[in-house]
Design a protein around this ligand. Sequence first.
Ligand code: F0G
Length: 482
Amino acid sequence: MPKIKFYNRPEVPMEMHKVKIVQKLTLLPAKERLSKMKEAGFNTFMLHNGDIFMDMLTDSGVNAMSDNMQSAMLRADDAYAGSETFYRMRDKLEEIFGIKYLLPTHQGRACEHIIAQHFVKPGNCIIMNYHFTTSKAHVTRLGAHVEELIRDEGLIAKSSLPFKGNIDIDKVKACIEKEGADNIAYIRIEAGTNLIGGQPISYENMKEATELAKANGILTILDASLLQDNLYFIKTREESMKDKSIAEITRMIADLFDIIYFSGRKFGFGRGGGILVRDENLFHEMEDYITMFEGFLTYGGMSVKEMEAMIVGFDETMDLDIISQGPQFIDHCVRELDACGVPMITPGGGLGAHMNAREIVSHIPSEQYPAGSLVAALYLCGGIRGMERGTLSEERNPDGTEHIASVEMVRLAFPRRVFTLSQTEYVIDRVKWLYDHRHLIGGLRFVREPKTLRFFTGMLEPVSDWPEKLVEAYIADFGEDQ
Ligand code: F0G
């Protein structure tokens, strides 16, 4: 996007779109939020959306569609088999990625399920720059393990490194040597590493990693769910790529991989997913999983209306004006909070602004879920729903002890094209208040703990009456009605 200059003040992030449809929001008073939080078992996933003012849980399936996306939905071709919509989607993806074969799925984790089912055997090793919750769960379910080979500096919370998502090539070499190439089912590169703060990976690093894998006969897979933000960062942060168009960069990345999959809930501004397979034989081998688990081969569990919208969404992803909005709002939020001393994950990445819970509530032990406690407190203090990304999101060790996350964060997602700058300023304001009152926040413990992906539906309780005390302090500053 051309940087819009201001006359007499620093630049502010600028939307290159205008609002055409709105949804009314309500802000419940703090005491009501406290009772909603108790009902939700201090788990922000269990809150009702109507009780939330700023829903920053995720960017998944909640990005704003454009007028062109919505109008495309009208031409959706409803057919169980052979829908014209499918062929339009397949052709659009081939145009963008240069890969001919598309297996449609209902969302990203369905792609992960099918990929794992097809390639992973018990005892296998899967190399990743960093894991994502569902991508790891599908692998471990099948008795294999994940090696996360992110460069050490990627895990340093406060940093100015442009590509904290880069994989450590030396660690990959050592891993291949240790495991043996035959035991490595595939290398999965996540463009825009979700769990370390939406941090991007450079083109150069993807190239090195995939060349090394190929030289050892290892299958290369790209998780392109967060590719949109990563494209923006490659264009704006990677010197050698600054003169390339977004479409050119996308194609250069795609050429490095055997398989590309995506969650269409992020990539494409819609709801769906797909696996692009370069090899025709492999594509046919994998087809059965679609008909068995997802739907017929020409819709894969997706609504054809969403598919039509996504076809337009894929084109919009190639538009720098459009994909700049998210990262620029996130950058604004991160910079403002960082400037006030709030420990944030820096530099700002894609997906959302990430608070460093390990530092903010350093008085809460990891076993009492610092990020889980902080995210619950944030809902109490402003009706803002973020997501815990820390120990609570990990599965326990086989011996039942907690697996302490290497990064303990609260994520404030910025669904693309959804929030205004004044709403962003509100969030910044409430986070600052909460930071100044962080000593009032206490820990949480499980009341009901599911075995798998426990963060989604687990129910917790506070270890003391800290939520009441926090709400009292909030009301003292903002009044009963806020
Ligand atoms: N890969 C990445 C990098 C993701 O961020 C996600 C989802 C998936 C795969 C799975 O896709 O949800 O369509 O099944 N991330 C969401 C989030 C859930 O909130 O970050 P899905």
